[in-house]
Write a protein that binds this ligand. Sequence first.
Ligand code: ZN
Ligand code: ZN
Length: 304
Amino acid sequence: MERSFLGTHFPKHIRDRYCEMIVDCHMHTPLCGHATGSPLDYLKVGNQKGIHLMTFTCHVPMRQPSFGGQRIRMDRNQLEDYFQLVEEARKQGKACGTEVLCGIEAEVFPVAEELEEMKALLQAHPFDFVLGSLHHQLKAYHDWLEDRKVVSDEDIIRDYFKHLANAAQSGLYHSMSHPDVIRIYGTIDPESFIPQRFETEIRGFLKACATSGTCMEVNTSGLSKGVYELHPDPLILDWAFEEGVDLTIGSDAHAPENVGRHFERVLPLLYSKGFRSLHYFKGGKKHSTAMSASIESASALECL
Ligand SMILES: [Zn+2]
Ligand SMILES: [Zn+2]
């Protein structure tokens, strides 16, 4: 495969204009049961779009069916297949100039004993990158809300950000993914999610990220589904900058064509908010990549 910048989304001038390296740190494989295309297909698209580094992050295996089972996550005995698939892509990527890393999208809450088991799994495997996600749409979380009689949208939102803050402080995750995803998938009425009303809880989460060195993910998939907005809301990005939170970025691609989706709109937005670097993890170590100074000339509004 030849290195190519002729893809439709990241021609060379865009890459040079926006970032030292274009990195996409969140994508899936068919082992999740709800994604299509092989890692090699993702690589091909990523390479054509001029992406320098991409990290696969399939959903971590969990035993209890209330975490969704094989509809949304691989089984524990498929982990070796996962490593092998990503390794094949890594080798191909090395030949064509796109680095491929192997991460995992881990769960944040709510069944303590399951999380202990998950923690052991994370520690036993050499993942480059661990995302922390609270998938509130899962039965496990709905059961937890019901048991604690957490009913109103306001209480659900407040609890959600407290769980994210605790998770950021736990040191188990490198980056907290799709941080305001609570506003889609029906657990609350999306209209209830007005960031200003939950500033204390959201800033509590952001401070937890900043003090622990845990990153927050900017997840671009929201621009194509749900309420068609970025995760997190741009106002939360302002607060994140004020609090000194480091960012990772991910497309959350579940199909090859979605790798790097919307980055050409979101990178200028991040620059306009004050961010001057993005982060990625390799072998569990944090690396940063500078945003190009010439991004300044690209207006985020022109793109969003
Ligand atoms: Zn997720
Ligand atoms: Zn995901």
